[in-house]
Design a protein around this ligand. Structure first.
Ligand code: GDP
Length: 529
C-alpha cells in the first residue's frame, strides 16, 4: 500500500468519559468486533473481577481503576484502529490531557441515566480546545435511562455543542428492543442477549416501513418511535460534516456496551466518519501525514511496565512518513541521533515487535532516560519541533522522604523516573537533600507514587502534606529571588529546570504577595515564562 492509503486507513482516537460510564466495557467490545479477542472477558474472567484487557498494573487491579493510558490496536474491515485508552479517574487528568494530544478524534461516552458528568466536561473541554471531532456514544440503554431529547439538550447547554442523533433507541427503560438508523430509515432489532455480552449479537434488519416491525414491536413503542423521528427531522440540526470536523456538531449514537447492543453500527459509522491522521503543527510549519519524512512526538513515558526488568518505554505518535525497525532518528531536544530498536505495539500486556508503522500509529521504544514527554523525534535533515504540551498547575503539595535513609539511591532513581513519566511534578527542597517536594493535581497521585516506589523500587515513603494550594513560577527580571518580600508564609522550591517556584497557601495570599513584589513576574505555569 502507498503511504497515502496507509494514512487513510488509520483511525486514532481516545474514549473520554466519567468513571463507570462503561469505557472499559466499550473498549473491550470494540476489540471483540475487531476480532482482536474472541470472547469478551476471556482475557480475565469479568464476572469475578472488574478488569478488562487494558489493565496491566498491579495498582489498577487493586483499586479497580485505570491508572495509566494504554494503547490498543486492531484491524476492522480495512481500517487500522488505534485506541488510546485514557485513565478515567479525575486525579489523573494530566496524563489524560497528554494522551488526547495524540488523538485525531474522541468518543465521548455518556451514561444514559447520568448524562454529562464532571470528568466528561473537563475532558470535553480539552478536545474542544484542540478542535478535534467528537463522537458521542450514549451507553447503558438496556437500563433505566433519561429521555434522549433531554440528553441532547443537556449536551448542548453544558458543553456548547449540538448533537445529531445518527440512530435512535427503540424502547428505553429496560424494554430496549432495537435501534432506528436515521440515514437509511431502517430498524435493527436485536436478539436478546443470552451470553451476557460475550458474543456478537445477531439482529433483524429492515426498512422502518416494513410491516414486520409493526408486528414485532409493541404498538405504543412503534408509535413513539415514529413520533420521535418526526420531531427530530423537523426540529433537529442538519447533519453537516464540516461542523463535525470543526467540533461544533457531535454525531450521537445509542447503545449498550455490556450487551453489545448498538456497538457494531456505532463502530462502522464511526470508522466511516472519523478523520484519518491529521496534519500537525510544528514550529517549522505544518507537517502533513503524507510527507515522506518520518516525524513523531512523545506523549507518554512509562517505567517498569515489566517490574522484573525495570524497563522504561517511551510512547510516540507517528505524525508523518514511514517508520521502519532500526531506523535512525534525531532527538530534537538533545540533538542526538539514535536507532529505534525493538519498537513495540501493544494489545494490553501482549507486546509484539513491529517492523513498520505509519502516521496515526503509536509505537513504544525502550529508552534509558534521555527522552522526555513532549519531545520530537524525526528522520531526515530538516529540523522539526512539535509544539510543547501545556503544563497543568499542581494544586496539592507534599514533602516526601525515604523512611530508610539507606535507600536514598533507589529513592532518587525512582523519583526521577516517575517525574519524567509525568506521574508527579517534583521540586527541589532548598533546605534539604534528604527530601523532595512533590506537586500533584489530585491526592490519588500521591498514593500511586507511594505504591509504585514501594513495589518498583523497594522504597517506603514518608509523605507529609503541605498547606499550599498554589504554585507560581517566578520570573526574576534581573533581580535576585532572595529579594522577594513578604513571603514568610510561602515556600521557595526549584523545579527540574532550576526555575524558582513559590508555593503559596491560597489565591488571596498569592494576590497579596504579587502586589508587594512588582519587580517580579508571577507565572501560573512554566509555559508562560
Ligand atoms: P469505566 O469505569 O468507564 O471503564 O466503566 P466500566 O466499563 O468498568 O463499567 C462500569 C460498570 O457499568 C460495570 O459494572 C459495567 O458492567 C457496567 N456497564 C458497562 N456498560 C454497560 C451497559 O451497557 N449497560 C449496563 N447496564 N451496565 C453497563
Amino acid at each position: 500500500m502507498s503511504l497515502v492509503d496507509e494514512v487513510n486507513s488509520r483511525r486514532t482516537f481516545a474514549i473520554i468519559s466519567h468513571p463507570d460510564a462503561g469505557k472499559t466495557t466499550l473498549t473491550e467490545k470494540l476489540l471483540l468486533y475487531g476480532g482482536a479477542i474472541h470472547l469478551a472477558g476471556s482475557v480475565k474472567a469479568r464476572k469475578t473481577t472488574k478488569h478488562a484487557v487494558s489493565d496491566w498494573m498491579e495498582i489498577e487491579k487493586q483499586r479497580g481503576i485505570s491508572v495509566t493510558s494504554s494503547v490498543l490496536q486492531f484491524d476492522y474491515e480495512g481500517h487500522h484502529i488505534n485506541i488510546l485508552d485514557t485513565p478515567g479517574h479525575q486525579d489523573f487528568s494530566e496524563d489524560t490531557y497528554r494522551t488526547l494530544m495524540a488523538a485525531d478524534s474522541a468518543v465521548m461516552l455518556i451514561d444514559v441515566a447520568k448524562g454529562v458528568e464532571a470528568q466528561t466536561k473537563k475532558l470535553f473541554r480539552v478536545c474542544k480546545e484542540r478542535g478535534i471531532p467528537i463522537f458521542t456514544f450514549v451507553n447503558k440503554i438496556d437500563h433505566f435511562g433519561r429521555n434522549p431529547f433531554d440528553l441532547m439538550d443537556e449536551i448542548e447547554n453544558t458543553l456548547g455543542i449540538h448533537a445529531y442523533p445518527m440512530n435512535w433507541p427503540i424502547g428505553l427503560n429496560g424494554n430496549y428492543q432495537g435501534i432506528y438508523d436515521r440515514a437509511t430509515a431502517s430498524i435493527e432489532l436485536f436478539e436478546k442477549d443470552t451470553s451476557h455480552g460475550q458474543r456478537k449479537l445477531a439482529s433483524t434488519k429492515g426498512s422502518a416501513d416494513d410491516p414486520i416491525f409493526k408486528e414485532l414491536l409493541d404498538e405504543d413503542v412503534h408509535q413513539g418511535l415514529i413520533d420521535d423521528i418526526e420531531l427530530l427531522d423537523m426540529a433537529g440540526d442538519e447533519f453537516d460534516m464540516e461542523k463535525v470536523k470543526a467540533g461544533q456538531l457531535t454525531p450521537m449514537f445509542f447503545g449498550s456496551a455490556m450487551t453489545n447492543f448498538g456497538v457494531k453500527p456505532f463502530l462502522e459509522e464511526f470508522l466511516r466518519l472519523a478523520p484519518p491522521p491529521q496534519p500537525r503543527k510544528a514550529k517549522e510549519g505544518v507537517i502533513e501525514p503524507t510527507n515522506d519524512v518520518f516525524t513523531s512526538f512523545v506523549f507518554k513515558i512509562q517505567a517498569n511496565m515489566n517490574p522484573q526488568h525495570h524497563d522504561r518505554i517511551v510512547f510516540m505518535r507517528i505524525c508523518s512518513g514511514q517508520f521502519e525497525k532500526g531506523m535512525t532518528v534525531t532527538h530534537r531536544q538533545t540533538g542526538k541521533t539514535l536507532r529505534l530498536m525493538q519498537p513495540q505495539q501493544f494489545l494490553a500486556t501482549e507486546r509484539t515487535i513491529v517492523d513498520e508503522a505509519y502516521p496515526g500509529d503509536i509505537i513504544g521504544v525502550f529508552d534509558g532516560g534521555t527522552i522526555g514527554v513532549g519531545d520530537t523525534l524525526y528522520a531526515g535533515k530538516k529540523q522539526v519541533t512539535f509544539q510543547d504540551f501545556p503544563t497543568f498547575p499542581p494544586e496539592l503539595f507534599a514533602r516526601i522522604r525515604a523512611k530508610d535513609s539507606m535507600k536514598r539511591k533507589q529513592f532518587l532513581k525512582g523519583m526521577t523516573q516517575l517525574a519524567q513519566e509525568g506521574a508527579v511534578q517534583i521540586y527541589e527542597n532548598l533546605g534539604s537533600m534528604e527530601s523532595y517536594i512533590v506537586g500533584a493535581v489530585g491526592q490519588l497521585q500521591f498514593e500511586v507514587l507511594e505504591y509504585r516506589l514501594k513495589h518498583e523500587y523497594g522504597v517506603d515513603l514518608e509523605i507529609n502534606n503541605l498547606p499550599y494550594t498554589v504554585a507560581r513560577w517566578i520570573q526574576t527580571n534581573g533581580h535576585d529571588y532572595k529579594d522577594l518580600k513578604n513571603i514568610d508564609s510561602a515556600m521557595i522550591v526549584k523545579d527540574h529546570k532550576q526555575r524558582v517556584v513559590l508555593l503559596i497557601a491560597n489565591e488571596w495570599q498569592t494576590n497579596w504577595i504579587v502586589e508587594r513584589n512588582p519587580d517580579f513576574t508571577f507565572c501560573t505555569t512554566p509555559d508562560e515564562m
